[in-house]
Design a binder for this molecule. Structure first.
Ligand code: SF4
Ligand code: MG
Length: 315
């Protein structure tokens, strides 16, 4: 609720704060139990920063977050440890997030023991084998090191690690962006199956709309620290309202080889988050920008049930 992260920019010989990067600038959304909320946008739009704040890896500048009616940003010690068991994260680059000198069994065993989920090596081993099987690997893999696995297998281990503490929610930060397209769909199908079997809730972050389309129930489209549009995945694809969402959808290549229309792509570069445009942050690139857009910030308009649009056209 009204979540913000403004990073100070230091400058001058006294290293004073001379400005702020508005990485996340006042966004509000909810995630329903058991669903997948996709967060999509170009790099630097604030999606990972949002995920890290919800994980308590970054302190928010302002805002609140509630998990099971409890204020996440106020958790200390025991409650924080408990929260960090219930909410796990999967990262983009599974290699950098795996310890290179630990076998799969050592790595998962350490986590299981720290959280009291396995008391001795026998329990560790059987749980690690169980986890490997859940992600499509086997007991054959438990004594191996991260570099012995392919990218897709490493992401499976990243998922096994996230599952090891029996979480209720997983924040997936671009989990398939570094993988080949054929492997991407395997990992997405795995995540979907696990969600059904284990009744998981996902926040799924990606820069690619076609990736979030396959896994999300609802989608939030982010641009320069703000959510531009938030609605169900079907509504977003059938009835996109925000000019930015429309440009993103038009930029998805069609599989039709006879299509001759040149598709509109958002013109220009994303402006700097340290000096975002006045009024609507999208006005410098918006094909429908009008006079008011550079002067006045739009509000997050509820257009219909479960469909929100940040744009003057829908006030
Ligand atoms: Fe475009 Fe104006 Fe709507 Fe912003 S408020 S998206 S600039 S039409
Ligand atoms: Mg990111």
């Amino acid at each position: 609720k009204n979540l913000k992260k403004h990073f100070p920019i230091k400058g001058g010989i006294l290293s004073r704060t001379i400005g702020h990067v508005k990485a996340v600038d006042d966004i509000s959304f909810n995630i329903k139990k058991g669903e997948t909320l996709g967060l999509v946008g170009e790099s630097g739009c604030g999606k990972s920063t949002t995920g890290k704040m919800l994980m308590r890896l970054l302190e928010p500048t302002a805002g609140e977050a509630y998990f099971e009616d409890q204020d996440v940003f106020k958790f200390k010690r025991k409650n924080l440890k408990n929260y960090r068991r219930k909410v796990q994260m999967i990262f983009q680059d599974p290699f950098s997030s795996l310890q290179p000198r630990a076998t799969v069994e050592d790595m998962l065993g350490e986590i299981l023991k720290y959280h009291g989920m396995a008391k001795d090596s026998t329990e560790v081993r059987s749980r690690v084998i169980e986890l490997m099987e859940m992600v499509g690997l086997s007991s054959y893999h438990i004594g191996r090191y991260p570099h012995e696995f392919s990218g897709g297998q490493r992401q499976r281990i990243g998922i096994a690690r996230a599952l090891s503490l029996e979480p209720e929610m997983i924040i997936c930060d671009e989990p398939v962006s570094a993988l080949d397209v054929s492997i991407q769909s395997q990992i997405i199908n795995l995540l979907k199956r696990l969600q059904q079997e284990l009744e998981l809730t996902y926040l799924f972050i990606a820069h690619d709309l076609s990736v979030v389309q396959h896994i999300s129930d609802r989608v939030g489209v982010m641009y320069l620290g703000k959510i531009m549009e938030l609605t169900s995945v079907d509504e977003l694809f059938d009835n996109p309202l925000h000019p930015y969402t429309r440009s993103l959808l038009e930029a998805i290549p069609t599989p039709d080889p006879d299509a001759t229309t040149v598709r509109a792509v958002v013109k220009g570069d994303v402006p700097s988050a340290s000096n975002p445009p006045s009024g609507c942050v999208f006005h410098t690139r918006c094909p429908e920008s009008h006079e008011r857009c550079s002067q006045q910030k739009p509000s997050f308009n509820k257009v219909k049930a479960d469909h929100y649009v940040y744009c003057h056209l829908y006030e």
